[in-house]
Ligand binder design. Structure first.
Ligand code: MN
Length: 392
């Protein structure tokens, strides 16, 4: 009963000792608890670190402790991963179920890719300016629905709603233009008080880590309802996040300067916020790679997003999630939505044995990503995957 094991890490693993992402998992027949991934194994932190803070159904109890605690735990997990552990503290990734890792407090989605905003502007306003006048002055965003954030693997029921007919009147039915948005999500671990904005340079004191996000979008519902206000039922039916949260410190080698911002933003959006991130995403549609969005081209940094989100004095809470907005590059096969890739449904996307513009029932989308790891090699962010079910 007291057997001990040492975790083997495959040579080219995206889950090496400098990554150590967190999840919430259920051992067979057991209660949900916090785990850390090493190679193809999960370390049960409540057992390995003998700490009830990790015998919890979300990361929130841990995240709320703040950055000092995050760093200490990360060092302890690193040491545990290198030592012999009680067999009861180690599970195979394949043998357990993973849950939503965070109890999502508020959810905000931005629109921070210049290539995405430009493409959407060209689609909807072919004769006008691609960018609206505010776009280069602030990270545009909206508040989404935190209660429908679901973990990767959750099946997505096709939404129904009002859509506009060619006669200009609405009809009701299943969305025919169901789309994805490949995004990066940022998880607030340590919140902030009402009335006190978060400065760009304090980003890492508040943000615990990152997770891939798929912001499922019904373009036909969105197009009819979102005038003059922002996204509503066209987005709120589901937002998927990966089961793994990569600690911000694990991305230290992926930090790069932002692309140039012109004009220079207002002072509250400047500062020591060199939080560009060299992350390569990949979108697979029914097993076929269709796009490789480059996060490094994002115009607004997550530090600027957080500063803007709180500049009016809005507080933040443990579990707040804010996402980058669709990540797109300049090329067709770098776009992070099918709306852009198919140019509003006019240019079908080749899936090998089929062509698509928007999602059909039974289709499955997987978004994956990798980034330079501390000490060399690459780390793999947790996948976000979902399959479309017909309306019920
Ligand atoms: Mn979005």
């Amino acid at each position: 009963m007291n057997s001990r094991v040492r975790i083997e890490i495959p040579e080219d693993s995206g889950f090496g000792l400098t990554h150590l992402p967190y999840c919430v998992f259920r051992p067979r027949g057991g209660e949900p608890r916090v785990g850390a991934r090493v190679g193809e194994s999960i370390i049960d932190l409540a057992v390995a670190l003998d700490d009830p803070m990790f015998a919890q159904p979300s990361l929130n109890a841990f995240m709320t402790q703040g950055p000092q605690c995050w760093r200490e735990v990360r060092e302890r997990v690193h040491a545990a991963a290198e030592s012999e552990l009680p067999a009861a503290a180690v599970h195979s990734v394949q043998a357990v179920r993973v849950d939503l890792p965070i109890e999502v407090a508020d959810y905000v989605d931005f629109y921070a890719s210049l290539d995405h905003a430009t493409a959407m502007g060209r689609i909807f306003r072919p004769d006008g300016e691609a960018l609206l006048p505010n776009w280069r002055h602030l990270p545009v965003g909206y508040h989404g629905r935190s209660g429908t954030v679901v973990v990767s693997g959750t099946e997505i029921t096709r939404p129904r709603g009002q859509t506009r007919t060619s006669a200009g009147t609405p009809e009701f039915g299943p969305s025919r233009r169901l789309d994805i948005e490949a995004e990066l999500g940022f998880v607030v671990g340590a919140g902030s008080a009402l009335g006190i904005p978060i400065r760009t340079e304090d980003f890492a004191e508040h943000v615990f880590g990152v997770a891939l996000v798929n912001d499922w979008s019904a373009r036909d519902i969105q197009g009819w309802e979102a005038q003059p206000l922002g996204p509503f039922l066209g987005k709120s039916f589901a937002t998927s996040v990966s089961a793994w949260v990569t600690p911000l410190d694990a991305l230290a080698a992926a930090r790069i300067p932002l692309p140039a911002q012109d004009p220079e933003p207002l002072p509250y959006l400047t500062g020591s916020g060199a939080w560009g991130l060299d992350i390569d995403l990949r979108v697979d549609w029914n097993g076929q790679r269709v796009s490789t969005p480059p996060y490094r081209r994002m115009y607004w940094s997550p530090a600027q997003m957080l500063a803007h989100m709180t500049v009016n004095g809005a507080s933040t809470r443990t579990g707040d999630l804010f996402a980058s907005g669709t990540i797109s590059g300049a090329e067709r096969d770098e776009r992070g939505s099918f709306m852009e890739m198919s140019w509003n449904g006019t240019e079908p996307i080749d899936l090998g044995d089929a062509k698509r513009t928007f999602l059909e029932d039974g289709d499955e989308v997987s978004i994956t990503a990798s980034a330079p790891a501390v000490g060399g090699g690459r780390l793999t962010l947790g996948e976000v995957r979902g399959r479309i079910l017909p309306v019920r």
